[in-house]
Design a protein around this ligand. Structure first.
Ligand code: GDP
Ligand code: MG
Length: 441
């Protein structure tokens, strides 16, 4: 998969002190193959890889990150950009009901989406009406009635007198009903075929012309892979659409379809469906999709936090200390404070691959612990802070008295400091924590 391949690329970069032009080329090549394997369309791959190469070679390199992290960050940012940056919201009509038409292949998830959208809209105070314009499949109307009921939304279905058999007439009558009954949103469910065909396209276009939708949402099964591009292009020219909804993201699709469709049609992805239940639905978040494509969500959050917390020079300073092995108790205290600022410790450690023993060692660090540690360290002389080796029994007793703690607590701190010093040096080597570049030159 894409994420496996990228993980391979990043593993090669881990431990490099600097990104050479050859590294950039090799990385770009791997990313290119990976994207092609994930069914991303070729023109999209070209644009993407060119952007990555340019940025990785360019000067906007963060001091807080090592080269592997920098490339991950760049790839992630470019993915987010291609996926649309900020999420676009639905456009509501200024007067009269807002008409939302759903279009897409049969089985893409339109009828299910109608129910999901209805529920979602109701939860924000709207009064949607669902209109059943799929008159092709025998049970399609019933299916819409069922999801409408589940969503607590009214459903307009063909009956004698309101256009039986003619989806265009039903759509028009549905909008009239919405006006009469004061529904502020109309969701028009339409028929699809298994493949793109002219008749279906013509029908969808006729419905579009009849109801003049404020939004036409193209519903796309994320699992269909490379076919996504041709399908999207067919709907773009046959019906036109203002937004894309990706469905079945609960499956193992890696998101190649999302990347291609966004880039090729230029239309934003607005919603994401992640299951058969009506609640399995959310506004589309480009950043979440990017980390899904990368398969490195945890690493990304870690990078983000590291960037927020570490001042570049602070990181450099710490790196120099680790290299010279003169990490002191004051630094230890600083590290604890930093970890505190980085959020819940369990969460942070969960992000580091294989940081099991580190987790055990720091698991009990809480706020009180940090305050006590601060008090103990402040009761030490500068000499003692730099060189805990000189802490004999009488010094430990003095420090315990001075800081209002017990000798056992002082002992435990000194012990933990020793472990932390070992761990930090080991981790710096293994995971390429921020600011460790100078140890590798
Ligand atoms: P339509 O033909 O476009 O109206 O598609 P349907 O709404 O009837 O959905 C087709 C099938 O896909 C149904 O079995 C749905 O339950 C299922 N489905 C729809 N959306 C999702 C989704 O996000 N995840 C999963 N796993 N199944 C979905
Ligand atoms: Mg349907």
């Amino acid at each position: 998969t894409l994420s496996d391949r990228l993980a391979g690329v990043f593993a090669n970069l881990r431990g490099k002190g600097r990104l050479s032009p050859a590294d950039v080329d090799a990385t770009a090549r791997e990313i290119r193959i990976a994207l092609l394997e994930a069914d991303v369309a070729l023109p999209v791959v070209r644009t993407f890889v060119a952007a990555i190469k340019q940025r990785a070679t360019g000067a906007d390199i963060s001091q807080a990150l090592n080269p592997a992290q920098q490339v991950i960050k760049i790839v992630n940012e470019e993915l987010v950009a291609i996926l649309g940056g900020e999420t676009r919201r639905l456009t509501f009509a200024k007067t009269g009901p807002t008409v939302i038409m759903l279009a897409g292949l049969q089985g893409s998830g339109k009828t299910t989406l109608a129910g999901k959208l209805a529920l979602w809209l109701r939860n924000s105070g709207h009064t949607p009406l669902l209109v059943a314009c799929d008159l092709q499949r025998p049970n399609a109307v019933t299916q819409l009635e069922v999801v409408g009921q589940q969503a607590g939304a009214a459903v307009f279905a063909p009956e004698p007198g309101n256009g039986v058999g003619d989806p265009v007439a039903v759509a028009r009558a549905g909008v009239d009903r919405a006006i009469d009954a004061h529904h502020d949103v109309v969701i028009v469910d339409t028929a699809g075929r298994l493949g793109v065909d002219a008749e279906m396209m013509a029908q969808a276009a006729a419905i579009r012309d009849a109801v003049q939708p404020d939004e036409t949402l193209f519903v796309l099964d994320a699992m269909i892979g490379q076919d996504a591009v041709t399908t999207a292009e067919a709907f773009a020219s046959g019906v036109g659409f203002t937004g894309v909804v990706l469905t079945k993201l609960d499956g193992d699709a890696r998101g190649g379809a999302a990347l291609s469709v966004r880039q090729i049609t230029g239309v934003p992805i607005m919603f994401a469906s992640t299951g058969e239940k009506l609640g399995d639905f959310d506004v589309f978040h480009p950043d979440r999709m990017a980390s899904r494509i990368l398969g490195m969500g945890d690493v990304l959050s870690l990078i983000e936090q590291a960037e927020q917390v570490f001042e570049a020079d602070q990181a450099e300073e710490m790196a120099a200390k680790l290299a010279g092995n003169d990490f002191t108790l004051e630094d230890f205290l600083q590290q604890m404070m930093m970890i505190r600022r980085m959020g819940p410790i369990g969460g942070l450690l969960g992000m580091l691959p294989g940081a099991g023993q580190m987790k055990d060692a720091l698991a009990q660090v809480d706020d009180r612990d940090i305050d006590r540690t601060a008090a103990i360290i402040q009761s030490m002389t500068p000499e003692e802070r730099r060189n805990p080796g000189i802490l004999n029994a009488s010094r430990r007793k003095r420090i315990a008295n001075g800081s209002g703690s017990t000798v056992a607590q002082v002992n435990s701190l000194v012990e933990r400091f020793g472990e932390a010093r070992k761990m930090m040096t080991a981790m710096a080597g293994r995971f390429g924590l921020p600011g460790t570049r100078s140890t590798r030159k």
